[in-house]
Design a protein around this ligand. Structure first.
Ligand code: ISJ
Length: 253
């Protein structure tokens, strides 16, 4: 679990970090299944909804993140807000754990890219067209998906830190040269990526089947397993690697 991996930098191993990423797959698949309970519900995203100054979604994101900020959510570096402007400060005392990450490097926020692919490409692949009027549930379900995906992607900080600590002699020259391509090559493990895509496809098939007492369901899935594999292959893993590269570029600052 994430907290165990973070409690002390000497405890941080690639195996533990990968375990945390595997556990987060379950969360992501279940949240997509939850969002797929509703059709697209496009009024949720109308730029002008009722008396809000933006969309209902924007309002839910801003107000939810403000509350979560007050209770300390964004004190964790892997938790990055989607609406970072004017967030209220945390009212919770800071944790006593020594920081595991390099402070200059652990403030990268690529949520704009996540927001963009989620609404412009992913959503229509797993939510059916239509409008059932459940806009509030739709918006909070979107935020649940976005937060789980964002956490997984910004967890790249820990992946990068542990890879750096395991082989500083390999990473330091590329960091000093600010060589993005070289860093990308060093941190990429294609065999692991293939395994991840297959595993999440299988999870979507297992978690999203109709469970019946007499037989094994009807072969229909709540979210198409190939969409989950594509989500990882096209967006989640490339963006996790982008976070890793950005982190490493600042690792010696
Ligand atoms: C996360 C890692 O780094 C890279 C990104 C991966 C991912 O996002 O799942 C998988 C393999 C690596 O290419 C890792 O090595 O586990």
């Amino acid at each position: 679990m994430a907290a165990a991996a973070k409690s002390n930098s000497d405890n941080l191993t690639l195996d533990k970090v990968r375990e945390a990423l595997i556990r987060q797959e379950d969360t992501i698949v279940f949240r997509l299944i939850q969002r797929a309970n509703f059709p697209v519900n496009s009024p949720t995203y109308d730029e002008k909804f009722a008396s809000f100054s933006g969309s209902l979604l924007q309002f839910v994101v801003k107000e939810t993140e403000a509350l979560q900020s007050k209770v300390g959510r964004y004190e964790n570096p892997e938790e990055q807000p989607f609406s970072p402007e004017n967030l209220p400060p945390s009212l919770v005392p800071p944790q006593a754990n020594p920081p595991v990450l390099h402070p200059a490097a652990a403030s990268i926020n690529i949520n704009e890219k996540i927001w963009d692919f989620y609404f412009n490409q992913l959503l229509s692949l797993f939510a059916v067209p239509g409008d059932d009027g459940n806009y509030a549930s739709t918006a909070s379900s979107d935020l649940d998906c976005l937060q789980a995906i964002s956490r997984r992607i910004h967890y790249g900080y820990y992946v990068a830190e542990v890879k750096f600590k395991d082989a500083p002699q390999d990473y330091e020259p590329a960091i000093r040269a600010q060589d993005r391509e070289g860093l990308m090559k060093l941190l990429t493990f294609e065999a692991v990526e293939e395994m991840v895509k297959k595993r999440v496809e299988k999870k979507a098939a297992v978690f999203g089947q109709d469970v019946c007492l007499v037989d094994n369901g009807n072969g229909k899935y709540k979210v198409d397993p190939s969409v989950v594999s594509r989500l990882y292959g096209e967006w989640i893993m490339p963006l996790t690697k982008l976070v890793q590269v950005e982190y490493l570029l600042r690792r010696l600052d």
